[in-house]
Design a protein around this ligand. Structure first.
Ligand code: ATP
Length: 255
């Protein structure tokens, strides 16, 4: 339920909406598609029914985290790799604001010091020629929040030493993502797909060279291919794991 809605006033190129509270920024974007141009976004710091991949949920922490959805109504050469591109966009904005170097757990979880601090859920709406990319970033939850939610592998930027300002950072991060990560940086990705950012992605991908388990097998993560698939090597050869189908395990325990 949206109690109040503000369209952000700033000198950016794209529409950006702020909601004091909402059930899910992806759901709000879906119900309000007609408000958006080619690129736009919505954010809140209080998301009461957040969703994750594979039907999971994303834990809320009112006022202590950023919940953000970018709405892309522009044709993408390789939409299936958007989650990977998006994880890099988030890594870049966190580097700029906090000076931190996140690693990416394939396909799109962001880790800091081995703990998950951000998650991403992309949803395609083919009939509307639209893709939604929902991003949750843990800004300043205390450890008790993750203990209560039984998330031993999760953490927040503040817990990992970042200097978080809960007044200004949610808006700054949302604006920067909307005008740079999903605007300026999107130009090359729109045309070239994953090729535009594959090298940078591989540098941040924590899985490479490590043992991974996935539904259907296990082995050493050898590469991320041009389609954004995780290339896993085992004794019998190579398997290519698609995004969206599986959850890769074996990373948190290894750190
Ligand atoms: P994983 O590989 O970590 O299980 P995933 O990529 O398959 O994650 P996501 O869509 O990123 O799944 O997120 C859902 C999962 O993330 C939940 O099942 C839960 O384990 C974890 N989670 C939920 N809320 C948070 C949060 N605020 N911070 C970190 N992790 C969370």
């Amino acid at each position: 339920m949206v109690s109040e809605m503000n369209k952000e006033q700033y000198n950016g190129f794209n529409d950006l909406y702020y909601l004091p509270e909402t059930d899910s920024t992806n759901s709000w974007a879906k119900a309000n598609l007609d408000r958006f141009g080619p690129v736009g976004a919505v954010y809140t710091t209080n998301q009461t029914a957040g969703r994750g991949r594979l039907g999971r949920s994303w834990t809320n922490a009112a006022g202590q985290a950023l919940y953000y959805t970018v709405v892309l109504r522009t044709p993408l050469a390789q939409p299936s790799t958007l989650p990977l591109f998006a994880s890099l966009a988030v890594a870049d904005v966190l580097k700029e604001r906090y000076g931190v170097d996140c690693q990416i757990k394939w396909p799109n979880d962001l880790l800091l010091n081995g703990k998950k601090i951000a998650g991403i859920l992309c949803e395609g709406l083919p009939e509307q020629n639209t893709i939604l990319c929902g991003i949750g970033i843990n800004l300043a939850q205390p450890q008790s929040c993750f203990d209560a939610a039984e998330l031993p592998h999760a953490s927040s930027l503040a817990l990992q030493g970042a200097d978080v300002n809960l007044e200004s950072d949610p808006g700054w991060l949302a604006r920067t993502l909307t005008d740079f990560g999903f605007d300026r940086d999107l130009y090359a990705f729109e045309r070239l797909g994953f090729e535009a950012c594959r090298e940078r992605y591989r540098e941040r991908c924590i899985n490479l060279g490590r043992h991974v388990h996935y539904d259907g097998g296990e082995g050493t993560a050898a590469d991320v291919d041009a389609e954004g698939r995780l290339v896993v090597q085992d004794d019998s050869g190579i398997s290519r794991v698609f995004t969206g189908e599986v959850s890769v395990r074996g990373i948190y325990g290894a750190l």
